[in-house]
Design a protein. Structure first.
Length: 179
């Protein structure tokens, strides 16, 4: 049984990106719960870094994944920018890490979010990616869409769209595990 660690980004004192009444950490948690459900339906063992609006230091997130002996680490986020016209989704992987997990997830997001701007599969030196890669743990960080754009924030707010994103990430993880 594969072990998947899901990291709903931010939380507690760190709301992440905030735009109007939209707080990133709330969307991250909603998508993470749906992703957990989908993975458990497929027989995966799943652990989350947080299950409520609480602060979890970045180092603790990596340590929790290591303690869980995760086969894969997936961090869920939403993007934001100072311009309300910015939009799109992206998948990030560590520069020196395993890119296969991120590639499979991104491919499934491309299918599910057809019509949304594809900002690509990117190498990024984010703390959780860098430190899981150092453990040789496959990892990816997904930026689901921009909450700073009223149109894409409305998209993210809809539970059916949150589920669409979760299903795409789950399919990417399953493809990776079968790879």
């Amino acid at each position: 049984m594969a072990r998947i660690f899901i990291d709903p980004g931010h939380g507690g004192l760190d709301n992440g990106a905030v735009h109007g009444y939209h707080e990133e950490d709330d969307y991250n948690l909603a998508v993470a719960f749906l992703l957990e459900y989908e993975l458990r339906l497929r027989g995966m063992a799943v652990e989350l870094s947080r299950r409520e609006d609480m602060t979890v230091p970045l180092g603790d997130r990596v340590a929790m994944a290591q303690s869980f002996k995760a086969d894969a680490f997936v961090s869920i986020h939403c993007d934001a920018w100072h311009s309300e016209t910015a939009k799109g989704y992206s998948t990030h992987v560590a520069p020196k890490g395993d890119h296969a997990l991120g590639g499979h997830i991104h491919y499934r997001l491309q299918e599910a979010l057809n019509g949304h701007k594809d900002r690509g599969l990117r190498e990024s030196d984010f703390y959780v990616l860098r430190n899981t890669a150092a453990l040789r743990m496959p990892s990816a960080l997904v930026e689901c869409e921009f909450i700073s754009n009223p149109e894409t924030a409305a998209f993210l707010k809809e539970p059916a769209n949150q589920r669409k994103i979760a299903l795409a990430i789950a399919a990417g993880i399953m493809n990776y595990l079968a790879y």
